[in-house]
Design a protein around this ligand. Structure first.
Ligand code: DGI
Ligand code: FE
Ligand code: FE
Length: 192
């Protein structure tokens, strides 16, 4: 079966709790607005946003097994919080279970929690939409929403910075891609 918008909605309706499903719909609306402003493909944006949290409720041990056995998945994930696993594991499972063939959509899903260096516009749009969707109440999110109206890179940088502050304040490890995302955006903005 072709993985189009309607099939994607069916999949997440079946695999997500109601509140997470509603988050997904808000991320999709937000991502489509950002895509229109910053020039990302609307169809890819819609599919990536709907599916970004596909693996959010997978069993931790199942995800650990996938990371151990699937060559596409970075092994260092196992040294970091399991909250980081659902993006990369979700991208692989969507390929295996649902026929997701689009590598750009898969990549945006894979890095939606941490970001990474050299993100393309689609990846930035999904990363940011997940952070600023109207249901989010993180400290500082209102400022990021304002910045998102003017500059995609600056808004992603603020989101990355807030997340790193949050993790440090709780004494948690920061995944290398989270730091790579921050460093890369900082450099990009300095060069503008
Ligand atoms: O799946 P969602 O709840 O919609 O959002 P998400 O995929 O952005 O996951 C958010 C969680 O991920 C939040 O608790 C912060 C955490 N996170 C993001 N980057 C890192 C991280 N946690 C650790 N330990 N290290 C990181 O680098
Ligand atoms: Fe997520
Ligand atoms: Fe999410």
């Amino acid at each position: 079966m072709k993985l189009d918008r309607d099939r994607a909605i069916e999949l997440v309706r079946a695999s997500l709790k109601q509140e997470r499903y509603e988050h997904t719909l808000r991320v999709t609306d937000t991502a489509l607005e950002l895509a229109a402003s910053y020039g990302a493909d609307q169809k890819k944006t819609e599919l990536a946003a709907i599916l970004h949290d596909y693996a959010k409720y997978r069993d931790k041990d199942e995800m650990r097994r996938w990371i151990n056995t699937e060559s596409r998945l970075p092994k260092d994930l196992l040294d970091y919080h399991h909250e980081l696993w659902h993006g990369p594991v979700g991208a692989v499972l969507l390929h295996k279970e649902a026929g997701l063939e689009d590598g750009e959509v898969a990549s945006a899903i894979a890095c939606h929690t941490t970001g990474k260096a050299n993100m393309n516009t689609l990846e930035k749009v999904i990363f940011l939409a997940d952070y600023i969707e109207p249901g989010r109440k993180f400290p500082g999110v209102e400022e990021v929403r304002k910045t998102a109206e003017e500059d995609l890179d600056k808004a992603c940088l603020q989101a990355a910075q807030n997340t790193i502050f949050f993790l440090m304040s709780k004494g948690q490890k920061v995944y290398p891609d989270t730091l790579h995302n921050y460093n890369d955006l900082l450099q990009l903005i300095k060069q503008k």
